[in-house]
Design a protein around this ligand. Sequence first.
Ligand code: FAD
Length: 489
Amino acid sequence: MSEETFDVVVAGGGPAGSTLASLVAMQGHRVLLLEKEVFPRYQIGESLLPSTVHGVCKMLGVTEELAAAKFPVKRGGTFRWGARPEPWTFSFAVSPRMTGPTSFAYQVERSRFDEILLNNAKRKGVTVREGCSVTEVVEEGERVTGLRYTDPEGVEHQVGARFVIDASGNKSRLHSSVGGTRDYSEFFRNLALFGYFENGKRLPEPYSGNILSVAFDSGWIWYIPLSDTLTSVGVVVRREMSEKIQGDREEAYKALIAECPLITEYLSDARRVTTGDYGELRVRKDYSYRQTAFWRPGMILVGDAACFVDPVFSSGVHLATYSALLAARSINSILAGDLDEDTALNEFEARYRREYGVFYEFLVAFYQMNQNEESYFWHAKQVTKNEHTEFESFVELVGGVSSGESALVASRIAEHSAEFAGAVDRMAAADDGDMVPLFKSQVVKQVMQEGGQVQMRAVLGEDAAPEEPVFPGGLVSSPDGMKWLPYRG
Ligand code: FAD
């Protein structure tokens, strides 16, 4: 058995793994990434948020490559959701007439997107080995000190590292080595059944690239345009309806789509793809969970290995790449000798948990909205009578900047976010009994206010006040976003 050593070894080459590996290698550290598959490989999770495209991907230096890939431009989301029968649209821009240069994301074929990020990691100096399956961590006392893996010839290897990263996704074999348990959500106990169509209809311009999400009796359906002709169509079914997916998957898929007139109409001239990577109907369940520990000495979880909420609102790749950025910052600071492991990784975990918590609460409220007409979005819309609804502003915030991260923000909506933060304050203070959990939540309120401040900084640049720590006594990011710095008031 051969043994090598690296500063960092990463299990998994999805968005979380390749982002973390690149951001650490860009600081001159030696990084090995082990990926079980040979890319390109299929993955679900096709609808992105602006924070990934304009924040993390910009830091990674792949902005032009993504533009050249000609992925459909996603300006926002269109929903048939809640009590209103007619579909409604939110835009990543505050208003459709105010489209800034960063107020869009992409709908991506993950095989292509993930390959772009992995190839970029190679260019950034990461040693990437595909077809290599990680089997277990190596421990010395309290500390994780390396990994064992099997190469494509079936030969076993052991590698040593200061840090071992589990970025191997929801099927991770390593996550339990970090300690704690994987806690499954009681609320999001849904199942997804998904496939692909050619020649589905498109929403009218300028929203032809939007994700269309349509609620119906058994759950909801996503309709994601992946090219001019290819569409990803996924049915998310509530757990108590799971018997509808038993038996013949093809029949179940057809029957569920038939329950939903809007999607049936969009697919009326379409043909289901039945061959190749997109030919299989796939099922996913038990995907909503979080590990109770995100790190231990020498080992860190990022992306789906650590947690995932739910497909609605496309937060998965955002949480994967954002957690990778936070972890890379911590590792870069520790390896440079700037911070001790506890300080750096507690900041990583606290920020990551907060971001996860915000999405979790937001998505619970979003699902509840489907059952309750007097829900907060409609309530929020009434608060200010201007064209820029709080809902749109809120979506901007969760779509890119809820983390309070200047590195992820480059949009032009600062003044509206500040206005929104004020509106949230007024709503929270009103305590009129109609308030739904979202706005009662301290964490969401706090994050939205910070989001407003952060966006203001993005607009004002050097004229803005210095970044405040997210937690009292906590750290702030370095100006280039690659490390943590102590806050010096
Ligand atoms: P992954 O993308 O899973 O990458 C992990 C990598 O690790 C893989 O390449 C895998 O081959 C590799 N690996 C696994 N085991 C090993 C091993 N032992 N050794 C070495 N390598 C290994 N997110 C969105 O942003 N938008 C969406 O629209 C969306 N829709 C979704 C719909 C459904 C039904 C579900 C379940 C999820 C959806 N997601 C969505 C979430 C998204 O799929 C994930 O959050 C995202 O892929 C996580 O990225 P990751 O890098 O953590 O993991």
